[in-house]
Design a binder for this molecule. Sequence first.
Ligand code: GLN
Length: 200
Amino acid sequence: KPSIGVLALQGDVREHVSALEQSGARAVPVRRPAELEAVDGLVLPGGESTTIDKLLRIFELRDLLVERIGQGLPVYGSCAGMILLADRVIDGSHDQQTVGGIEMTVRRNAFGRQVDSFETNLEMAGIAGGALPATFIRAPWVEEVGTGVEILARVPDGRDDAAAGRIVAVRQGALLATSFHPEITGDARVHELFVTIVKE
Ligand code: GLN
């Protein structure tokens, strides 16, 4: 079984731990450098990207995480975690930094006030078995991607607002990111995909 860490500084850690366990991984909360050194993959949960950014420095995990990503550590970021994996952020707080790794620009809190939280069903490349339930909570969307980035899902059409067609799931090598939270739907297929990436 691969050992997959869940960054446990802030955010919905427990839900990711159980989705990973359900997907055939051993899930371990990560708060210390030694724990980060030991895992085969890492999940960056949703929460508040500015807070997680600050805590990563305080807990002396940031530089190590950047280094491990550079060495090919598989990482899956959901929502705030997607923001942390982005090379660039629009509408971040003024001193907000990311860990980076995926050649993309994300727009933080991108969905408008009326729909800042919503659920929908998405077709996602790499996920078999039909549409995936997806919960968006003050979520970012992906504004643009570099050539190395694979687009896995977009907001379905049929919405008459600026959200229709926006990119909400991407992959670049061993890095996976979704705007939405699959860990709270009871459908573990995104976590299964990540476990497969870790095993590769
Ligand atoms: N809006 C949050 C941020 O900017 C993300 C919200 C979430 O992770 N559910 O970090």
